[in-house]
Design a protein around this ligand. Structure first.
Ligand SMILES: [Ca+2]
Ligand SMILES: [Ca+2]
Length: 286
């Protein structure tokens, strides 16, 4: 009876202590996550004097089209933890191309992409691409149709599940002066960090050309914006994007040609057989 009373007292004591600790442990509970950050709030997470990127909707077109811009920060769960990250495109200073005084030194901004992860209480930097290139764009031909330009400018800065594995990738195209050219990159979460899964030294569009639900990377124009005779296609091989050995459209054209040839051969054969039959039918019996 005495032992039971001691046990009961101990249980009650533990319960009291637990209740007493409740307000303290509340300090470690998750903070409410802000629904959306303003641009001003977002800048506090970027390096001093950083500037949010300006990403064109198209590069050439009517004034209203060329003035439209794409979002420079996006919300998406890019690390598959069911919590959305903020993916932001920004420039570090100087923000423009300048030539400084007598030394004629050239400075130009660097284009970065950063991922901010919500740790339960605040946003923390999860990844930064590092600065490369002066802009999120690439040389497009002014003669290109706006819809076609848009397919390429889509990938100046974007988050999308291009390899159809259920987790979106971070895509961006950075351009610099002619020495560095343009570069498309795609990064995917590998469980610890974001690793490159695609690298093309040009602007690209994404297209599911072989209808396997995985997007191919298509390089249809050269660095000067001139149309290539035959687009270069990069396919997902389960680990990375590699240049496809055979051009998918080429296969389609080839099989269509083959079908036409077979149809013509069949027609000639049928006509030949009919003529042969008629000739035999006309021969008088001995
Ligand atoms: Ca996440
Ligand atoms: Ca993916």
């Amino acid at each position: 009876m005495r032992a039971l009373s001691i046990t009961t007292l101990l249980v009650m004591r533990i319960a009291t202590v637990s209740i007493g600790l409740a307000p303290t442990s509340a300090l470690y509970q998750k903070s409410p996550r802000p629904a959306r950050l303003s641009e001003t709030d977002l800048l506090t997470y970027l390096p001093h004097d950083a500037k949010l990127a300006d990403i064109p909707f198209v590069q050439f077109g009517p004034t209203e089209e060329t003035q439209r811009t794409r979002p420079n920060f996006l919300y998406a769960d890019v690390d598959a933890d069911r919590e959305q990250e903020i993916i932001v495109a920004y420039y570090t200073p100087p923000h423009d191309y300048i030539i400084s005084g007598q030394a004629q030194e050239e400075f130009f901004r660097r284009a970065h992409v950063k991922v901010l992860h919500w740790d339960g209480q605040k946003y923390v930097e999860q990844w930064d691409s590092g600065g490369w290139g002066s802009d999120f764009r690439a040389g497009m031909g002014p003669q290109l149709d706006i819809k076609e330009q848009q397919l390429y400018t889509d990938n100046y800065f974007r988050v999308t599940d291009m390899n159809n594995d259920g987790v979106p990738e971070i895509l961006f195209t950075r351009a610099s002066f002619s020495a560095e050219g343009s570069q498309f990159q795609a990064f995917s979460w590998n469980g610890r960090t974001y690793k490159p899964i695609a690298l093309v030294q040009n602007k690209v569009k994404l297209e599911d050309r072989d209808k396997d639900a995985t997007k191919e990377i298509v390089e249809g124009y050269d660095y000067k914006g001139r149309k290539l005779q035959s687009p270069t296609v990069y396919k997902w091989n389960g680990k990375t994007y590699r240049m496809a050995k055979e051009h998918p459209q080429g296969r389609i054209e080839l099989s269509a040609r083959t079908l036409l040839f077979l149809a013509m051969l069949a027609t000639i054969s049928i006509i030949g057989l009919i003529l042969l039959y008629r000739k035999k039918a006309c021969v008088p019996r001995a």
